[in-house]
Design a protein around this ligand. Structure first.
Ligand SMILES: Nc1nc2c(ncn2[C@@H]2O[C@H](COP(=O)(O)OP(=O)(O)OP(=O)(O)O)[C@@H](O)[C@H]2O)c(=O)[nH]1
Ligand SMILES: [Mg+2]
Ligand SMILES: [Zn+2]
Length: 307
């Protein structure tokens, strides 16, 4: 009896595989799942976190401590910045021609990836849909020209070639899938993780949630190689307010390559005279939409501006 009590209170290492409010699921090193609460109600747990837990009952645990994170991605809702996932090395951004995609979402995701120090990958999904395909393809080309890793595929018609392409993107990586709702993130997930649907349902049922679109950010081990993938619900905004203006410029190669000739060393490339960025916009070397995006992001930063 005494032995059992000691074991129950032993601490163990685990990884957070899904979060909904204060409810978390953590997985220990043998793969066993626990429903877990953060000790002290701190509200600071995020999917991907490596944590130290103690068992409370057989299937429930308390999260005592969170290990230092190698990366952290933020999202933003109407009111405040929230964490989205941690300890990833790749941010896989999915968009498609239907429903209509918003280029600013992809550009903001690229800023978030840069700020977190992770590899950005862009997937144009639903290549089988012809409506809007030209726009979607042109956008992909523009991202490729900026130097990003880009892929075009159809997750609905997954053939061997598509699976190989997905394996090349995800295998041996720790990835977070992001994109607006309906772009096909969960469909891609299901090609990487065979029983993802069943797992998602199990989590949702345990938490009494709906089952259609993704409601909970969840981590899955890859089927065919080491690594994991985190599926997230479609959301509107990344949390970028904590970035510095210099971070934004560094993450926009088309803007950064024209900052050398400005009259003022501390030029913000907004209203200053003699600005080589604005000259490049006027000459058509930087697209007007990208420049407008730049101005909007700078205006949204918390710290105005540290140059
Ligand atoms: N035609 C076509 N439809 C696709 C493709 N990939 C996904 N879909 C469909 O698009 C719809 C949305 O796909 P999901 O994978 O649920 O999208 P999601 O990005 O996970 O959406 P949220 O969970 O709401 O964020 C589903 O009806 C899919 O069957 C594709 O390559 N081609
Ligand atoms: Mg989904
Ligand atoms: Zn300038």
């Amino acid at each position: 009896m005494a032995d059992k009590v000691t074991r129950v209170h032993d601490q163990f290492h685990a990884q957070v595989v899904s979060c909904h409010g204060r409810h978390h699921f953590v997985r220990d090193e043998s793969g066993k799942l626990y429903e877990a609460r953060r000790r002290g109600k701190k509200g600071d747990v995020v999917v991907g976190d490596e944590v130290l837990c103690s068992a409370v009952y057989d299937n429930t645990a308390a999260i005592d401590a969170i290990n230092e994170r190698s990366s952290l991605i933020f999202r933003q809702d109407e009111w405040r910045t929230k964490t989205l996932a941690s300890n990833i090395d790749s941010l896989v951004i999915v968009y498609a021609s239907h429903p209509r995609f918003n280029p600013w979402f992809v550009w903001k995701a690229l800023l978030a990836a840069h700020a977190a120090g992770v590899r950005p990958v862009i997937i144009r999904n639903k290549t089988d849909i012809t409506e809007g395909a030209e726009d979607a393809e042109r956008f992909l080309e523009s991202l490729k020209t900026l130097g990003y890793e880009t892929h075009a595929l159809s997750a609905e018609r997954a053939d061997k070639e598509t699976l190989t392409e997905l394996d090349n993107i995800f295998n041996n990586h720790r990835s977070l899938l992001v994109g607006q709702s309906g772009m096909g993130k969960s469909t891609i997930l299901n090609l990487l993780v065979n029983d993802a649907n069943a797992k998602t349902q199990a989590y949702s049922e345990a938490l009494n949630l709906g089952r259609q679109t993704t409601t909970v950010t969840t981590l899955y081990d890859l089927d065919r190689a080491p690594g994991f993938v985190i599926d997230s619900p479609g959301f509107q905004e990344f949390g970028l307010a904590h970035l510095k203006a210099s971070d934004v410029i560094a993450a926009m190669p088309d803007i950064a390559s024209h900052t050398g000739g400005c009259r003022f060393a501390n030029c913000r490339h907004l209203k200053e005279p003699g600005c080589s960025v604005k000259e490049a916009v006027e000459a058509g070397q930087i697209s007007l939409e990208r420049y407008e995006f730049y101005c909007a992001v700078i205006a949204s930063l918390d710290k105005q501006p540290s140059w």
